[in-house]
Design a protein around this ligand. Structure first.
Ligand code: ADP
Length: 396
């Protein structure tokens, strides 16, 4: 069975076609600048060269059609007909409090995605457009929505409620939802298997450290806490996001700089984090290079990033009264041995002991804790597309 995985942004569409017999990626690609002049599709069939089509894509319907054409192309294609695609799995950002699992799309599901536009204004509209474009191009094929917020729905009320007047939860659903849920669920599940833990009781912390970064705590595969909140802004210091700040900072800067709350939120989302702290870059590699060259602000930013990871991991160990496994994933988590080491060296109180040689690794599932470490610590690559394809397969 072949499953097409689609991740739509407002002007982009990422896709992978996965053969579920062996979970091999047959082809993947990206449509950029949809609805903007100069759109292009980059298609990468497995084992063949990259193929770029520069063609106007006024909307996502046209983009989906071009993706299907590329997949069926005589020279660069990987399937004979679009009928070879059994189902489509869509990454969808927000399901509010309605869905705590993936679901086959019907009119009700589309209504919920639409009702959640205010909670995910940048993503949900694009996600719905992607679903409708696939319904149009492949009538009758099942579309499955895999929600980024689903994993966080099992958080108990003590973890997900903000200490603000309850009426705002009732009126608008203001609560902590958490994001990167597909990755946290996938990595925590893989970590349990890799460490040979009991899937019913295992206490796992996943550190998803990429340009966007979040940490989750789960017991028996159910999320009990996670660091992102109503939006992905809460929690860790990220590439461009501030993570936790005193909300009074917003009022102070708005008043003194004469800017609106919306403008301030844009600063906290897009111009803060390690980019804002250093003025250098949102890319951790650039900031690490600057630190090596003696840049003080770069050193402070990296220290602060790791310090916040350490604080969250500590908080989640306390919240769960222990931890069996800690998994590092995403760009920084999979590639940056120094960050992993520094975090682990601050967890000796919990019985974490890192094997420095094993930690000297990149991008592949590896146990990096010493054999006598009380906690199993590992590098576990995330694979959100495969996770979406598996969820889709399970439902169709
Ligand atoms: P996202 O999916 O949120 O865009 P990724 O998970 O792809 O992010 O992670 C991107 C980040 O990973 C970048 O900031 C990049 O600098 C960082 N990264 C990649 N390789 C390394 C490395 N060797 N050392 C430190 N950071 C790295």
């Amino acid at each position: 069975m072949k499953i097409l995985v689609i991740n739509c942004g407002s002007s982009s569409l990422k896709y992978q076609l996965i053969d579920m017999e062996n979970e091999n990626v047959l082809a993947k690609g990206l449509c950029e600048r949809i609805g903007i002049a100069g759109s292009k599709l980059t298609h990468k069939p497995a084992g063949k060269g990259e193929f770029v089509i520069e063609k106007e894509m006024p909307d996502h319907k046209v983009a989906v059609q071009l993706v299907l054409d590329a997949l069926q192309d005589a020279e660069h294609g990987v399937i004979a007909s679009k009928d070879d695609i059994s189902a489509i799995g869509h990454r969808v950002l927000h399901a509010g409090t309605v869905y705590s699992d993936s679901i086959v799309v019907n009119e009700d599901v589309k209504r919920v995605i639409r009702e959640c536009f205010p909670l995910g204004p940048l993503h949900n509209p694009a996600n719905l457009i992607g679903i409708e474009a696939c319904e149009h191009a492949m009538p009758g094929k099942p579309n499955v929505a895999v929600f980024d917020t689903a994993f966080g729905m099992s958080m108990p009320e003590k973890a997900c409620m903000y200490a603000i007047p309850h009426e705002y939860y009732e009126k608008y659903g203001i609560r902590r939802y958490g994001f990167h849920g597909t990755s946290h669920k996938f990595v925590s599940g893989e970590a349990i298997k890799f460490a040979g833990l009991d899937p019913e009781t295992a206490k796992v912390i996943v550190c998803h450290l990429g340009n966007g970064a979040s940490i989750s705590a789960s017991i028996g595969g159910k999320c009990v806490d996670t660091s992102m909140g109503l939006t992905p802004l809460e929690g860790l210091i990220m590439g461009t996001r501030s993570g936790d700040v005193d909300p009074a900072v917003v009022q102070f800067i708005c008043n003194h700089e004469n800017i609106s709350v919306d403008e301030m939120l844009d600063i906290l989302n897009k111009k803060s984090g390690i980019l804002g702290m250093t003025g250098i870059s949102s890319d951790f590699r650039d900031v690490e290079k600057a630190k090596e060259e003696g840049n003080h602000l770069a050193e402070v930013a990296l220290d602060a990033f790791r310090y916040r990871v350490i604080k969250y991991v500590g908080a989640y160990i306390a919240a769960m009264n222990g931890v069996d496994a800690i998994a590092f994933t995403a760009g920084v988590g999979e590639n940056d041995a120094d960050t992993r080491k520094e975090v682990c060296d601050s967890l000796t109180y919990a019985g974490v002991k890192i094997d420095e040689e094993a930690n000297n690794v990149r991008g592949k599932a590896t146990m990096i804790s010493a054999p006598d470490s009380k906690v199993k610590v590992m590098l576990m690559p995330t694979n959100e597309e495969l996770a979406i394809a598996r969820e889709t397969l399970a439902l169709v």
